[in-house]
Ligand binder design. Structure first.
Ligand SMILES: Cc1cc2nc3c(=O)[nH]c(=O)nc-3n(C[C@H](O)[C@H](O)[C@H](O)COP(=O)(O)OP(=O)(O)OC[C@H]3O[C@@H](n4cnc5c(N)ncnc54)[C@H](O)[C@@H]3O)c2cc1C
Length: 420
């Protein structure tokens, strides 16, 4: 019965979408997994390690990739977006646009040869802190493990050079965009999140002060595959960061920016303070917070750091970050609400714990769905046959995301079986 039912369309191939796909496929349902980027994994693959166990992102990711590769019922489309959905539960039609990769997959490409190319692009995987060649592998763990050509970045000269640098038939610059139409029984929206635009936090100095970075940049600085090979350094001079301020709720819980709590930023900064302390036993971390929000077993993560005399906590919302008059160090102004004192500290790196914005705030799913006022898919008023999971629904960590995805897969299966 399962094998003949219509597939489930999963939009977004981050941890939410991958989990929903394998859960549904492993009980016999067909799944179309549609990801707009050249590879699967979403935001978690960009983390150095993930709380609460501090494992590298390879852990869960590689298991999910293996489950996807081994399961013929899952069809993956990368560089793909869903342009239109029509119909109703059990009988949706979707139009999927697939952008060209320009790499055929017939042979693997050699990065040493591609190093001769001169055209480069900002590496979005490293949050723009490094460059890749215009023909690049998205990252070390990329699945599918295929290079991709950034056609806009590739110069005419480099386009010609590819015929000598790559095996015959491996690159096809004439590859065209494709559109396919599919019939699906249910849809899972797993489109995830992007970081809040820190340049809008004018008082906190991002974009104005070289040594103010965001929490997502910090993940890449700490990662061995990141722009500094895993060294947490100041962007201005490449010196080790020894005295770091973590500014919590940078935009979140703020009526002028994101009025809601982004749920993961406290744990993310506690984790990043650990990265710093593990890398350099002399380094000092100071967390400026409104409330520290950790729950369940995550609380011990916080309590452990309280024991570290190189980590301090100041309860207060940071008012201003500026470069000090004679250099690239940063002054941080804040009122310590526990004793009413105004503090004026100096740091060599400031990390803004910017919050989570749903991707659906910018690009809506092409079907009439209800969103809350911030753009998250509103689960309480969902359309029958369309279910959201992970950060498309609300800010959440990986553990909550995967539970959500399993639930969404179950709802989709019930819909296919007419059990709603
Ligand atoms: C600084 C920071 C550190 C964090 N660290 C941790 C941690 O240590 N542990 C932890 O548990 N959680 C952590 N999190 C939270 C974690 O990142 C999220 O729980 C997780 O990313 C949610 O997965 P997701 O699949 O819902 O979204 P995403 O990871 O955003 O994946 C969504 C995917 O959908 C794709 N997509 C979007 N729109 C479309 C579209 N229209 N069509 C096709 N594809 C689309 C995207 O390209 C992406 O691949 C952290 C968050 C932050 C901000």
């Amino acid at each position: 019965m399962q094998a003949s039912s219509k597939p489930i369309l999963v939009i977004g191939g981050g941890v939410a979408g991958m989990t929903a796909a394998v859960e549904a496929a492993e009980v016999g349902f067909h799944v179309l997994l549609v990801e707009q980027e050249p590879s699967l994994g979403g935001r978690v693959t960009r983390a150095h390690r993930y709380f609460p166990k501090m494992c590298p992102p390879t852990c869960g990711f590689e298991i999910n990739v293996r489950r996807i590769r081994q399961n013929p019922r899952i069809q993956v489309h990368t560089l793909a977006t869903v342009e239109e959905i029509s119909g109703t539960a059990g009988a949706f039609k979707a139009r999927i646009r697939i952008r060209p990769r320009y790499v055929t997959g017939s042979h693997s490409l050699d990065d040493a040869a591609l190093a001769q190319l001169t055209s480069e692009r900002d590496d979005d995987f490293n949050e723009g802190m490094s460059k890749t060649k215009a023909v690049y592998l998205p990252h070390d763990m990329a699945y599918p493990p295929l290079h991709v050509v950034d056609r806009e970045a590739l110069s005419d000269g480099d386009a010609e050079a590819l015929s000598t640098l790559c095996p015959p038939g491996s690159v096809d610059l004439d590859m065209a965009e494709e559109e396919i139409e599919v019939e699906v029984g249910a849809v899972i929206v797993a489109t995830g999140w992007r970081p809040y635009d820190a340049t809008r936090l004018e008082n906190l100095g991002f974009g104005r002060c070289e040594n103010v970075i965001t929490n997502v940049m910090m993940e890449r600085l700490a990662a061995p595959g990141g722009p500094t090979g895993g060294k947490i350094v100041r962007p201005s001079d490449g010196q080790a960061a020894l005295n770091v301020a973590f500014v919590q709720c940078a935009g979140s819980r703020d009526e002028n920016h994101l009025p809601y709590c982004s749920a993961v930023c406290c744990m993310a900064s506690l984790k990043q303070a650990r990265y710093l302390r593990e890398e350099n036993p002399d380094a000092q971390a100071t967390l400026f917070y409104i409330d520290i929000r950790t729950i369940g077993r995550e609380e011990s993560f916080y309590y452990d750091l309280l024991e570290d005399d190189h980590v301090s906590f100041v309860k207060g919302k940071v008012a201003q970050v500026d470069e000090v008059a004679d250099g690239k160090d940063l002054s941080v102004d804040v009122e310590d609400t526990l004793n009413g004192e105004t503090l004026h500290g100096t740091f060599d790196l400031v990390v803004l714990a910017t919050g989570i914005v749903p991707n659906t705030a910018d690009v809506k799913i092409p079907y009439e769905l209800t969103y809350d006022e911030y753009g998250f898919v509103d689960g309480s008023t969902n359309v029958e046959g369309i279910y959201a999971a992970g950060c498309a629904k609300r800010p959440c960590d990986v553990s909550r995301t995967t539970k959500d995805s399993t639930a969404a897969a179950l709802k989709a299966i019930q819909c296919l079986q007419g059990g709603e």
